[in-house]
Write a protein that binds this ligand. Structure first.
Ligand SMILES: *[C@@H]1O[C@H](CO)[C@@H](O)[C@H](O)[C@H]1NC(C)=O
Ligand SMILES: *[C@@H]1O[C@H](CO)[C@@H](O)[C@H](O)[C@H]1NC(C)=O
Ligand SMILES: *[C@@H]1O[C@H](CO)[C@@H](O)[C@H](O)[C@H]1NC(C)=O
Ligand SMILES: *[C@@H]1O[C@H](CO)[C@@H](O)[C@H](O)[C@H]1NC(C)=O
Length: 233
């Protein structure tokens, strides 16, 4: 009898073990880190992005360059636009496409780049597996969920509150993109550029939760901006 019970229990446990391999399942590891590893000052990362809400996919080439005060998201939507999002620490961003029907938008943000320690103060949620990597999982103001590999401290994935997931495919510490790639094209500086943001940003700040503004306004606004763009496609 006891033997049968423990056999059933073992069976249940192995079923649970299968569930524990699910990316969204967490457990409380014993050696709890105090905060996520800060981002390296310069890196290049290719991110596989699932917008989830719309079912759309993107590849995001992220070039983070803190010492030079700049960040580029080069967003390739599936069989679609290739969008450059060049952000400067002086709060100006240039969003442009190239080629025929090229467009540009110049945006002014209330904040500059994400700081390398932008995840300081995040809440630790324990360990979780994603993509076959054992990770520490953190959340910050219920806005972002951040997976960092236990063994190396590398980011593996981050998710936004709306379900958008970003999977880190490459992570090249110290990689720097050539200066010429950061230059906004001349049509960003001509009069007929669609510079439609004063009102839009105003509006977004108003309905942005207060906690987020101090923490991660940039990503929040970017998320809103991209979501609007890609959900209309
Ligand atoms: C994107 O995410 C949704 C929701 O998790 C999932 O159903 C879908 O399979 C994902 N698509 C790809 C291509 O990963
Ligand atoms: C911010 O820096 C970029 C790149 O140097 C420049 O093109 C842009 O005009 C600057 N914005 C402001 C408001 O100074
Ligand atoms: C550019 O716009 C024209 C007119 O709308 C369209 O016919 C053409 O296919 C567009 N080109 C590209 C590369 O999207
Ligand atoms: C993990 O477990 C330890 C010991 O029970 C507890 O002190 C800690 O608060 C837990 N951490 C989380 C994130 O739940």
């Amino acid at each position: 009898m006891a033997l049968i019970s423990s056999a059933i229990l073992a069976g249940l446990l192995s079923m649970l073990a299968v569930n524990f391999a699910n990316p969204t399942t967490t457990s409380n590891g014993s050696d709890e880190p105090t905060s996520p590893t800060p981002w390296p000052l310069q890196f290049h990362s290719q991110l596989y992005v699932n917008l989830t809400n719309t079912g759309k996919l993107q590849i995001d080439d992220l070039w983070y360059d803190w010492p030079r005060g700049r960040n580029l998201n080069l967003l390739q939507s599936q069989l679609g636009d290739r969008l450059y999002d060049v952000e400067w620490n002086n709060k100006t961003s240039f969003l442009f496409t190239k080629g025929e029907n090229a467009t540009c938008r110049v945006l002014t943000f209330p904040v500059g780049l994400l700081r390398p320690d932008w995840l300081d103060g995040a809440t630790y949620l324990g360990r979780a597996w994603t993509g076959g990597f054992e990770c520490h999982l953190w959340t910050k103001v219920d806005f972002v969920w951040y997976y960092e590999e236990v063994a190396t401290g590398r980011p593996v994935r981050w998710d936004f509150f709306n379900g958008m997931t970003m999977h880190v495919m490459t992570f090249e510490v110290g990689a720097v993109l050539d200066d010429s790639e950061w230059q906004a094209p001349e049509y960003c500086f001509t009069e007929n550029v669609l510079n439609d943001n004063a009102e839009i940003i105003e509006e977004e700040i108003q309905d942005m939760p207060k906690e987020i503004e101090s923490v991660n306004a940039l990503d929040y606004l970017h998320f809103r901006k991209f979501f609007r763009k890609f959900s209309s496609m």
